[in-house]
Design a binder for this molecule. Structure first.
Ligand SMILES: Cc1cc2nc3c(=O)[nH]c(=O)nc-3n(C[C@H](O)[C@H](O)[C@H](O)COP(=O)(O)OP(=O)(O)OC[C@H]3O[C@@H](n4cnc5c(N)ncnc54)[C@H](O)[C@@H]3O)c2cc1C
Length: 434
């Protein structure tokens, strides 16, 4: 593999390949793929339309459940969801639902197939804080339902983890931009570089302009480890590393600003999908070697199997049943790590350590507004009725800031429910005030 190559690794189907693949679908009476999909896509429905060449009809079916199909088609854990449940998976050859969804969504964007008829925005005005999958989903659903929606995003560009976390080779940023453009086309306004809690508070939003506020601010505070040397220079958080590489790929910063020098030996602490992303990104940025240090075994690895296999193929090494016990250095700069392995303690020369052990919510929003309660770990507490409302009337929340770091599609599933809760709430308040 050419290490500096950030081109997408999973190549799209041609039209003929997509139709041939769609024809493999058995159109089961009791489709297990739908049960495996957190948002219960009508998978046989859109695949059947595609198999007949009706891409527009297929897209219309997808639009009923998802605002982000080009993204889900690329980054959903299909092996655990639709494809894992497909009856043909018994023969290890499931219908490639993800690739088909992505084909349909990309084709729709390329050809501008669907022009949605927009409802007038008369039902009320809703502010969305955060433009990750949760915020984008609520924004899209409410705009389609006739609400005036404004999204406030702290970063320069919308997309959340889709834009600044997941690497380009798995999710090209132009694809994210294209999906967001479609949501914008529904009449949603985006205010970027606008940090809520600094430029405006939730209290001010409710006082002045908005009938309801949705918080979809994710989990931006990385967790750290309690080991010696963790604060040395060149020991850093994966989220920061991935963000800087995405900014570099986007042309926003220079190569020197990326915290990895060509030829470095890199250790990654953690073994989830984020660790796989960091490892493969480090190789692409020119690392000499990348080792993932993990307490468990190959069988207990939390990362998706496909991600793991691709990482191994690209040259990432795995130290199983191993634990980093110290980061060591000179002049406050890392130069080695001490690792407990099944063979005993080892001292390994190391130029960089990336920590990938999870993240939790920031408190910027809840600490600057009244009455939004969080649990002991900082996650926002929400109710069932109306779905997703916090302890503050008119303020709703969803996605990772409520449910702990999960996946794109799970953030979307919750967000869809919350969008219904917001609509019920705003409609009821308007009715009662007449
Ligand atoms: C590196 C990485 C790789 C991943 N890979 C996958 C994958 O392959 N497949 C998958 O399904 N899931 C993956 N995930 C998980 C998935 O991306 C998250 O579960 C999902 O993005 C959560 O969506 P969200 O909308 O709740 O939050 P986020 O995507 O985190 O979005 C939150 C947004 O809120 C903004 N924000 C925060 N505070 C404020 C504020 N005060 N004012 C204004 N804006 C604010 C942030 O800037 C951000 O844009 C990955 C996560 C990471 C970190």
């Amino acid at each position: 593999m050419k290490r500096d190559n950030f081109a997408e690794t999973n190549i799209s189907y041609t039209t003929k390949e997509a139709i041939d693949e769609a024809k493999r679908c058995l159109n089961c009476k009791n489709p297990l793929c739908v049960q495996g999909c957190p948002i219960e896509h009508d998978i046989p429905g859109f695949i059947h339309q595609l198999s007949m060449g009706n891409v527009g009809a297929a897209m219309q079916i997808i639009n009923e459940k998802s605002n982000l199909p080009a993204i889900c088609g690329r980054v959903c854990p299909h092996e655990k969801q639709c494809e894992g449940h497909c009856i043909l998976n018994k023969k290890d050859n499931p219908v490639r639902v993800g690739k088909l969804e992505r084909f349909i969504a990309d084709f729709d964007s390329d050809m501008s197939l669907i022009k949605e008829r927009l409802k007038p925005k008369t039902r009320g005005k809703v502010a969305i804080v955060g433009s990750g999958p949760a915020g984008l989903t609520v924004a899209g659903d409410l705009a389609r339902g006739g609400f005036n929606v404004v999204v406030f995003e702290g970063q320069k560009e919308p997309g959340g983890v889709l834009m600044y976390g997941i690497p380009e080779y798995r999710l090209p940023k132009d694809i994210v931009r294209r999906e967001i453009k479609k949501i914008e086309a529904l009449g949603v306004t985006f205010m970027n570089d606008f940090l809520i809690g600094e430029k405006m508070t939730v209290d001010e939003m409710l006082e002045h302009e908005f009938d309801a506020v949705f918080i979809g601010s994710g989990t931006s505070v990385p967790k750290t480890l309690d080991i010696a040397g963790i604060n040395l220079y060149k020991v850093l958080q994966t989220s920061y590393f991935l963000r800087m590489v995405n900014l570099y790929n986007n042309g926003d910063i220079s190569r020197n600003a990326v915290p990895l020098i060509d030829g470095e030996d890199v250790a990654i602490i953690g073994a989830g999908n984020v660790a796989m992303d960091a490892a493969r990104t480090a190789l692409r940025m020119g690392a000499n070697s990348v080792k993932i240090i993990y307490r468990g075994t190959e069988e207990t690895l939390p990362a998706l199997k496909t991600e793991y296999h691709e990482a191994v193929e690209e040259g990432v090494e795995f130290l199983w049943q191993s634990k980093t016990i110290e980061c060591m250095g000179e002049n406050n700069t890392l130069n080695a790590i001490r690792v407990e392995t099944p063979e005993g303690e080892k001292l390994m020369p190391m130029n960089r350590v990336l920590i990938a052990i999870g993240s939790k919510p920031a408190n910027r929003i809840v600490s600057t507004s009244l009455g939004i309660e969080v649990n002991e770990s900082g996650y926002v507490i929400t109710k069932e009725h109306p779905y997703g409302m916090t302890t503050r009337r008119g303020v709703f929340a969803g996605g990772d800031v409520v449910h702990t770091p999960q996946t794109v599609v799970l953030a979307m599933r919750e967000a869809k429910q919350v969008a219904k809760g917001i609509a019920q709430y705003v409609d009821a308040v308007k009715l009662l005030s007449q």
